[in-house]
Write a protein that binds this ligand. Structure first.
Ligand code: NDP
Length: 287
């Protein structure tokens, strides 16, 4: 039997409609949510991601501004910009589009963002908050995955969740969130021996490697929930995930497509976090 497709595009539009009402309410009360995006250099993929974020902001009624620096800009200039944005009352969320140029110290830049405006959830304080079960801002991609599981009433507690990929922005926070919800979690990486042994035991399999179609049907337990985070471009220009969709959908119970799966949810959760930051700002002002 073919897997049920988790339609990220549809879910994203439902979630956005709900949050748009909150953004409109804030705006009517005189506080329009605002997001500032910092971009350094001219990475073509980053330019597309930033453009998509700006468009999504405008569709939901969030003010957005892009601070685009040349690749050879001194890091201090970017830090100065972030410091000013930290005090800008029209900006409730700040995100730094990664990757930064190689000569930048990522952590120094990210930790210069005010904790209450770190809508990507990458500041070391917010990472610590997540790990200790005190989430301040959930990182957008794993937050999007959790929302997909929740909206499809997929039970997490007691399940074996296997995550392939251990990056700071996807794999590790994903593991923490699933752990927090009572899953038994295994994290795999390129160093894992006999990857299939682990993936075949997964009730929930999250794949975030950047390796096109590396997870095949033989690696998946029948009925498993398969979440494909990967976004890859094949030589013919087509987009694909890290999972071989055609064969895996015949084995899995649920599967996310690429495109139209996790991608739209990631941007959506960024919008939610920005509106949340603005709501908190309003609450703090009224205390
Ligand atoms: P990274 O390159 O930072 O991390 C990739 C991880 O995958 C690493 O931990 C690496 O292991 C592991 N890995 C690579 N090859 C293998 C392999 N053959 N077997 C097992 N593990 C492997 O990538 P990101 O986490 O940033 O992104 C992963 C993918 O998700 C990319 O395709 C990216 O484009 C996509 N992405 C999609 C988003 C969305 O919104 N849909 C958002 C963010 C990312 P090791 O640590 O040992 O090197």
């Amino acid at each position: 039997m073919s897997a049920q497709i988790i339609d990220g595009k549809l879910l994203a539009s439902n979630v956005r409609a709900e949050w748009k009402r909150r953004a409109v309410k804030l705006t009517e009360q005189g506080l329009r949510p605002g997001l500032a995006v910092i971009m350094v250099g001219d990475n073509p993929a980053s330019e597309i991601y930033v453009r998509n974020k700006v468009r999504a902001c405008s569709e939901i009624g969030i003010h957005s501004e892009v601070h685009h620096f040349f690749g050879n800009t001194h890091q201090n200039e970017v830090l100065d910009c972030i410091r000013i944005l930290n005090h800008n009352q029209h900006v409730h969320g700040i995100l730094v589009q990664l990757p930064l140029p190689l000569h930048y110290a990522n952590n120094q830049v990210i930790t210069s963002i005010a904790i209450e405006k770190d809508v990507d959830g990458f500041h070391l304080y917010n990472v610590g908050a997540l790990v200790t079960g005190n989430t301040n801002f959930a990182p957008c991609t794993p937050y999007g995955v959790m929302t997909m599981l929740e909206q499809h009433h997929i039970a997490i507690e007691g399940k074996h969740a296997v995550i392939v990929g251990r990056s700071n922005i996807v794999g590790k926070p994903m593991a923490m969130m699933l752990l927090e919800h009572g899953a038994t979690v295994t994290i795999c990486s390129s160093k894992t021996r006999d990857l299939s042994y682990f993936t075949r035991s997964a009730d929930i399999l999250v794949v975030a490697t950047g390796q096109p179609q590396m997870v095949t049907a033989e690696m998946v337990k029948p009925g498993a929930v398969v979440i494909d985070v990967g976004i890859n471009r094949l030589p013919d220009g087509q987009l694909c995930g890290d999972v071989e969709f055609g064969s895996v959908r015949e084995v899995a119970g649920y599967i996310t497509p690429v495109p139209g799966g996790v991608g739209p949810m990631t941007i959506t959760m960024l919008l939610c976090n920005t509106i949340l930051a603005a709501e908190r700002c309003q609450q703090n002002a009224s205390i």
